[in-house]
Design a protein around this ligand. Sequence first.
Ligand code: A3P
Length: 345
Amino acid sequence: MLFKQQALLRQKLFLLGSLAIGSLLYLVARVGSLDRLQPLCPIDGRFGPRGQDEIPLRALQFKRGLLHEFRKGNATKEQIRLHNLVQQLPKAIIIGVRKGGTRALLEMLNLHPAVVKASQEIHFFDNDENYAKGIEWYRKKMPFSYPHQITIEKSPAYFITEEVPERIYKMNSSIKLLIIVREPTTRAISDYTQVLEGKERKNKTYYKFEKLAIDPNTCEVNTKYKAVRTSIYTKHLERWLKYFPIEQFHIVDGDRLITEPLPELQLVEKFLNLPPRISQYNLYFNATRGFYCLRFNIVFNKCLAGSKGRIHPEVDTSVITKLRKFFHPFNQKFYQITGRTFNWP
Ligand code: A3P
C-alpha cells in the first residue's frame, strides 16, 4: 500500500516537473519568436542616400533596455563613452497640431527600433527664454541614442508660433516636419476640453464652448478664439512654406491614427526613410480605454495617460454646423497645398 502511494507521488512529481520544464521551454521559444517578429528581418531601408548609414537594427533593439536606463539619467560617463551614445539634434519634429494626437504619434513612432523620442515637450523654438539659451542647450535636452538612430521631438506650439519656422530652418534647413491633424471642429472642441479641465482642477468656472467660439455681437465664428485659430491649418502652414518646401512635410491623419493606427504609421516610416518595423503586433486595441495601446514586447506594454481621450462636452449642433461651414474653404486650400484630402464635412 505504502509502496503504491509512493509510486503515485513520484508519478505526480514527474508530471509536474515535465509541465514546468515544458512551460519554460515554451516561454523561451515565444520570446525568441517575438523578438524575431521585428528586428531580425533584413534591412531594407536607409536614412541617407543608398549605401550610407546602414542601421544595425537588431543591435539597436537589443540595447533598447539599456537606452531606457540611460534616459532615466542612470548612465555614467564611462558607460556613455563605452556604448558610443550621443545626444543628437532631432532629424524630425512633430510640430503640431495641438490635440491632433501628437503624443500618440510620438509614442507610436518610438516603437520603431531606429527612433528615439524626446519624452518632454522641449519648447525650444517657441519660447524666447529657451531659445536664448542656444542650440547646445537644446541638444543637451535630447535623449541618448546610438549614432544611427534618429531623435524625434514634439512641441505642438511650434505649428502656430510666428518665429518658429525661421528658427528651425536656421538649425537644419532639411529637417523633416510632421503635422498631425484632426477634423478642425473636433480638434477645437478637444482643445477647449483640455482648457476646461484645467480650470475645473483649479475650481474655476469657465465659459461654454459656444460662447467662446461664436462672437455674440455678430453671431459669426469668433476668429479671435485661439482654439478656432489653431484649426485654420492652412493659415499656419502657409507661414511654414516660406521656409520649407512642401516635400519636407508629412501630414498625418489624426482621426485615422485613433481608429486604424498602423497604416498611418507605415506612411510615416516611409516618409522618414525608415525600414518598416512597426507591426500590428505593436498595437492592440484596449476596449476599456477605447484606444489603441502600445506593445513593445511580451512584458512591456502601455496605454497613453488618461488625459488623452477625454470625453468632450456636448456642443450645440447649430454651432458645430457654423464652425464646419467656416472651416470648409480653409480645409479645401489645405487639401490642395498638401495633396492629402480628408473627409471633413
Ligand atoms: P481627445 O482627448 O480629444 O480625445 P495630443 O496628444 O496632441 O494632445 O492629442 C490628444 C488626442 O490624441 C486625444 O484627443 C485622442 O483622441 C488622440 N489619440 C490618438 N490616438 C490615441 C491613443 N492611442 N490613445 C489616446 N489618445 C489618442
